[in-house]
Design a binder for this molecule. Structure first.
Ligand SMILES: [Ca+2]
Length: 425
């Protein structure tokens, strides 16, 4: 039934992809050449960007807060986290810890009239900490925000270290937020917080993709099973850090990194199960440290393919036969896949309509270091893809966010503290 729902999604005739997933007839098929320009540098862990049509760029820094770069190049610090200085206002409940902090940012499709933007951040307002989606109103001069409304206030946060050796506080924190240009609803990715119960849990909203309106209410047609929180669009996720919408169909795709194997890109269907279930005593697994089997027994799987039968699967189709199957698995490797966006426009030549994904893997236990951009040609049905690695015009770094700006260029944020612009020709 879910497949039928997708077939009914709106598809503007002029922008629809061909059945093979190739760009529309007449477009070029060659890869563009990229040039590189630094937009902002010396930032502290820039996490995400969102644009207005005139080029105004909102951006977040994980442990500092929300700022805006005006078209003139002037940067104004809008909303600071606890202990941040130089901001027009601060919020003492916002904090960072490990992977958690201020993350995704999105601009309301109706910004011209309502001046709303949205930010995903970790907050201490509710013990032991939660992740929240906050709606803010930007003033006419783009120098301050006001009217904070926490439209989602109950996303799980991991407050403590695990018995297993891989997760401190703030782990697997999710945090990408994007409006779908097709349906106008806000999609929110949340992480499993190293809690085995969370991804398949009907009412804990970590390990999910939420689909909500600007007030945080469930969007119609989310399709989650009976008993689920109605805001849930898809469940059974590990820690998706990318969500993007395919031009033409506006179908949502996630990019999420795997446990040292199998980074996944997945086409989402309403109510779909992404198939991640790290609970103990499931699918032949026994007990695991901290009741979280997400790293057991597969830690060395990436370097020993013979162990793959023992993997804790990113998509457990044995237990969940109807789980959403990934379009692409990074050839079975985990390399820290983060942001993702579909590219659109003839200037992108053969990449028009393709998805670009960013990596920032650190290459532990023999996994090759990521630190690259890949372009994926995904089949129309979202079940297969081929990959091309981008020939970068700058040093490879740990990419955190990818956004196509209103000028059609690709903006990338990285762990070196830079937001840069990549222009195709
Ligand atoms: Ca999956």
């Amino acid at each position: 039934m879910n497949r039928l729902l997708i077939a009914a999604l709106p598809c503007a005739l002029a922008a629809c992809a061909t059945p093979s997933g190739a760009p529309p007839a007449g477009s070029q098929t060659t890869a563009p050449t990229l040039s590189h320009a630094v937009v902002l540098t010396k930032l502290d862990s820039p996490w995400d960007m969102a644009f207005l049509p005139n080029g105004t760029m909102f951006f977040t820094e994980k442990c500092l807060g929300l700022s805006v770069r005006q078209p003139s190049g002037t940067v104004v610090k809008l909303l600071g986290m606890k202990d941040a200085t130089g901001y027009a206002s601060t919020a003492s409940d916002l904090f960072c810890e490990g992977q958690a902090g201020m993350a995704g940012v999105a601009v309301d499709p109706g910004f011209a009239s309502n001046r709303f933007i949205y930010v995903y951040s970790t907050s201490s307002l509710t013990a032991p900490g939660t992740n929240r989606v906050m709606r803010l109103k930007v003033n006419d001069n783009m120098t301050a925000v006001s009217d904070r409304t926490d439209i989602v206030a109950d996303i799980q946060y991991k407050p403590r270290a695990s018995d297993h050796p891989f997760g401190g506080p703030g782990a697997h924190n999710g945090g990408r937020i994007r409006f779908n240009p097709g349906d106008g609803f806000l999609y929110v990715t949340t992480g499993d917080t190293h809690n085995g119960e969370v991804p398949q849990h009907p009412t804990l909203i970590g390990g999910k993709v939420l689909r909500i309106d600007r007030d945080g209410k469930a969007a119609p047609g989310n399709g989650a099973p009976a008993g689920f929180d109605p805001r849930v669009y898809t469940y059974g996720h590990r820690n998706p850090q990318g969500i993007t919408f395919r031009p033409g169909t506006n179908q949502a795709y996630t990019a999420e990194n795997g446990p040292w194997h199998t980074d996944e890109v997945t086409a989402l269907v309403p109510g779909g199960n992404a198939g991640w279930d790290p609970r103990p005593n499931r699918a032949g697994r026994g007990a695991c440290p901290d009741n979280y089997c997400g790293y057991s027994p597969n830690q060395m799987g990436a370097v020993d393919p013979k162990q793959r039968s023992a993997f804790m699967p990113m998509t457990d189709t044995k237990t969940y036969a109807n789980a959403m199957k990934p379009a692409w698995t990074n050839d079975g490797l985990s390399q820290g896949m983060f942001g993702a966006t579909f590219l659109s426009g003839p200037q992108w030549k053969g990449w028009n309509g393709r998805m670009i994904v960013g990596f920032g893997g650190i290459g532990i236990h023999g996994t090759p270091v990521g630190n690259r951009l890949d372009v994926l040609d995904i089949s129309r049905d979202g079940l297969t893809a081929t990959r091309t690695t981008v020939n970068l015009p700058m040093p490879a770094v740990r990419f955190r966010s990818l956004v196509q700006g209103p000028d059609g260029n690709l903006y990338v944020a990285n762990d070196e503290g830079t937001i840069a612009r990549l222009t195709p020709s």
